[in-house]
Design a protein around this ligand. Structure first.
Ligand SMILES: [Cu+2]
Length: 203
């Protein structure tokens, strides 16, 4: 617990974390990729969202799992969540750009094949009666990776004010972004010093 507290203190110096994440996006560590979980601290935008999101990929050829605790959202709601292009919060969540979509496909569910989803599509999560949420999303299709040239470190995760229609809405917006509404909050994905995988630290 003491070590975890120290880690959080160091991560909250967000400018430093962002700079490190940006460097990591173009020059991965000598090992060739992430050796530890990566992390994003959410900052509020259209809603007073807060929370920390963790990304784990114990096996470089295996799936990424996304965990975390969020608060400040609408109660009892499904809310969209995606990786967006840029780890750039200079204009809050707006400057994170559109969904991370390096293969230029249409938007869809996290369970769709990669031909009918964006690499950054993570679907929806559920909030409780207090507007809190515990994330536990595993990308079994393999859109996300923490390793290699196409890793997500240095990009952003965005939580939306609306529900992602998963590309099934029957209109142009649906195939672009799932009509997920505004950007409740977002965070830059950066390397962390955590040494354990698959653990949701206590909020
Ligand atoms: Cu989004």
């Amino acid at each position: 617990m003491i070590a975890l507290t120290a880690l959080f203190a160091s991560l909250i110096v967000s400018a430093g974390v962002n700079a490190q994440a940006a460097a990591g996006a173009t020059a991965a560590p000598a090992s060739g990729g992430s050796k530890s979980p990566v992390v994003a601290i959410l900052q509020p935008d259209a809603a007073q969202v807060s929370g920390t999101i963790y990304f784990f990929q114990p096996d470089p050829n295996g799936p990424v799992t996304v965990t975390g605790q969020l608060s400040g959202l609408d109660p009892n709601a499904e809310r969209g969540i995606h990786i967006h292009q840029f780890g750039d919060l200079t204009n809050n969540c707006t400057s994170t750009g559109e969904h991370w979509n390096p293969t230029n496909t249409t938007h869809g569910s996290i369970t769709n094949p990669l031909t009918t989803r964006h690499r950054g599509d993570l679907g929806n999560f559920l909030t409780d009666a207090n507007g809190d949420a515990t994330l536990n999303i595993t990308d079994v299709v393999g859109g996300l990776s923490l390793y290699g040239e196409d890793n997500i470190v240095g990009r952003a995760i965005v939580v939306h004010t609306g529900t992602d229609d998963l590309g099934l809405g029957g209109n142009e917006g649906s195939l672009k972004n799932g009509n997920s509404g505004g950007r409740a909050g977002c965070g830059v994905i950066g390397f962390s010093n955590l040494t354990t995988f698959g653990v949701v630290p206590a909020a």
